[in-house]
Design a protein. Structure first.
Length: 102
């Protein structure tokens, strides 16, 4: 089975957004980076040789560059809105920037 067909098959269980990001955009356009949060999609993308960043990575990078003035508050806002993140990941991110825990 060709690499592209194997990738298409691996992406079958993903939502349309993740499938499109991996199979259409990233591989077809030879993207340097793909934005994914869903774990199964991230695994498939890694196996396809794609570099990945998620929401927390973007927020952390923004905080490092001064675009996100209060990363801790941004994480609290995500949680208040019902967006589910592993608290351990949030705490590790804050610790990397020397910020207080949630």
């Amino acid at each position: 089975m060709a690499e592209n067909a194997m990738l298409q098959q691996a992406c079958e269980g993903l939502g349309a957004g993740e499938r499109g990001a991996i199979c259409l955009l990233a591989k077809s356009l030879s993207a340097d980076l793909v934005f994914l949060d869903e774990w199964k999609a991230r695994r498939i993308a890694r196996e396809a040789g794609l570099a990945i960043v998620g929401c927390l990575g973007v927020l952390e990078a923004g905080a490092r560059r001064g675009y996100v003035p209060d990363l801790r508050e941004a994480y609290i806002d995500l949680l208040r809105q019902g967006i589910r993140y592993d608290i351990k990941l949030l705490q590790e991110s804050l610790a990397r920037l020397g910020l207080p825990a949630l």
